[in-house]
Design a protein around this ligand. Structure first.
Ligand SMILES: [Zn+2]
Ligand SMILES: [Zn+2]
Length: 372
């Protein structure tokens, strides 16, 4: 009886139509669910790719511009490891609110505009062409920041030792070697600043935590000089050097190659003229895909700089800094600048001016995926 009744119910045209509508509704829900799942997957995939980008933030004298004294750049690996390259004079020293955590500090050579014998009086002080600076003697912006941030230093030996002594006088405690010294990873965060000394060609590895993948940093050659500003020397040394007007050199100058955990391999040229290692070391051996080029007029012409990029290094993209001119207005490159002349000569790859405070994000292939 029950069976018969059910059969009768299902067989009724009204009931059949209701069942059909219900099934249609289920199908729609299922379709919506699938579409939703695909969308979620797409969002998850793109945010995973996003999370794999290296963040590059120039710290210059004037927000949003590339100015006369700009040098400093912060690199943040996807694991969170934060590296400061050449603190220089366009930061306010340890108190600069833009710094945040700094795990590793690089310094290409001892010149004042890199070690930071001067510092910004305040953010945006003065003009882009003539930023207002004050003395950072006797310590330098580099030593102030290393001391305040408990950072590891990776520099050529004499330069690291010089910075180590400044850090010691700030903290009142000796600056020791990063342990272990056997070439194993230096793991952040550190309880105290430390020295990871290298010679040209030397590599050290740094991790954001014990379980993170390591970021590999190598000191590479530069064709330049590395004399230290006299204002950062003690009285005795100053008096010694003065009669002959000679300077003190803290080892060979350098650049760096950083291999990040997403595969991005950056060549930081340091101050340099053209040299053959740009091809043999940076392009052929390290296969760098992003280049941050220092474009000082005492070392490179626009043609020479473009040759370094187009022929010697051949990176996927270029960041231009150390231009020794007010290169931008409103974040746009001034058409009559040396920087514009260089950019016009670069072929087949983008050139990004290092605009202060503007974070650019690069994937493992050297492609800018955000902020450029
Ligand atoms: Zn220099
Ligand atoms: Zn310089």
């Amino acid at each position: 009886m029950a069976f018969y009744r059910r059969q009768t119910m299902v067989s009724s045209p009204a009931q059949l139509s209701k069942t059909w509508i219900r099934n249609q509704h289920k199908e729609e829900i299922l379709r919506d669910h699938i579409v939703h799942s695909i969308l979620l997957l797409a969002v998850a995939t793109s945010s995973a790719a996003w999370a794999q980008a290296v963040k590059v933030t120039p710290l210059g004298s004037h927000a949003g511009e590339l100015c006369m004294r700009d040098r400093a750049t912060i690199f943040e690996d996807p694991t969170g490891l934060r590296i400061l390259y050449d603190a220089g004079q366009s930061v306010m020293g340890a108190d600069d609110p833009r710094l945040g955590n700094i795990d590793v500090v690089l310094l290409s050579h001892a010149h004042g505009d890199h070690i930071g014998d001067l510092k910004m009086k305040a953010l945006d002080a003065g003009t882009c062409d003539n930023p207002q600076v004050v003395s950072a003697a006797p310590n330098s912006t580099t030593a102030e920041i290393v001391a305040a941030k408990n950072a590891a230093v990776i520099m050529v030996v004499p330069l690291a030792n010089f910075i180590g002594r400044k850090v010691e006088s700030i903290r009142g405690k000796p600056t020791t070697a990063c342990s272990p010294q056997t070439g194993a990873d230096v793991v952040a965060p550190l309880a105290a600043p430390c020295l990871a000394t290298v010679q040209t060609g030397g590599t050290r590895t740094f991790k954001a935590s014990a379980t993170s993948k390591a970021v590999e940093i190598t000191l590479v050659p530069a064709a330049h000089d590395s004399t230290v500003p006299i204002a950062l020397l003690g009285d005795a040394e100053r008096k010694n050097l003065e009669p002959d007007n000679v300077s003190l050199t803290l080892g060979p100058p350098g650049g760096y190659v950083i291999r990040f955990t997403n595969g991005l391999t950056v060549y930081l040229s340091g101050d340099t003229g053209l040299h053959a290692e740009m091809q043999t070391v940076e392009r052929d051996f390290y296969k760098v895909n992003l280049m941050e080029l220092n474009f000082g007029q005492s070392a490179l012409t626009p043609e020479g700089a473009a040759y370094a990029v187009n022929t010697l290094v051949q990176p996927a993209a270029v960041i231009i800094t150390h231009v020794n001119e007010g290169a931008t207005t409103g974040g746009k490159v001034r058409p009559t600048s040396r920087t514009a002349a260089f950019i016009a000569l670069v072929k087949g790859r983008p050139v990004y001016p290092a605009l202060s405070g503007k974070t650019m994000e690069f994937d493992g292939a050297g492609k800018c995926v955000a902020g450029c």
